[in-house]
Design a binder for this molecule. Structure first.
Ligand SMILES: [Zn+2]
Length: 106
């Protein structure tokens, strides 16, 4: 009888070890994902903090091309927008780089 009890305890203990290993694998994967999340948020935070500085550097027009405000402020790059004359007294501007769109009354 006592050896049956011991066998049962050992069996349960071994099952618990197996569960712990599976849990460790899952937690390791979650930790890697969380670290990637932290890196992404840190990058976004740094970019957001740079926005006022980027506004100072942002050129609204370069040569003949109007520049995308989203690329300028969020990414710190100058990107030209293409103008498509629209209907109903609206002109549509679209960024060649990020696809940002805006309309302007004329
Ligand atoms: Zn853009």
């Amino acid at each position: 009888m006592s050896s049956k009890v011991e066998d049962r305890i050992r069996e349960i203990a071994e099952a618990l070890v197996e569960q712990s290993q599976a849990k460790a694998d899952r937690l390791k994967a979650e930790l890697i994902e969380a670290q990637q999340g932290v890196r992404k948020l840190t990058a976004e935070l740094n970019a957001a903090r740079l926005a006022p500085k980027r506004l100072q550097d942002f050129q609204i027009k370069r040569d003949v091309n109007y520049q995308c405000p989203r690329c300028g402020i969020e990414r710190g790059i100058q990107a030209a927008m293409t103008c498509r004359p629209g209907q109903h007294r609206l002109d549509l501007f679209q960024c060649d780089t990020c696809g940002f769109e805006m309309d302007v009354q004329h």
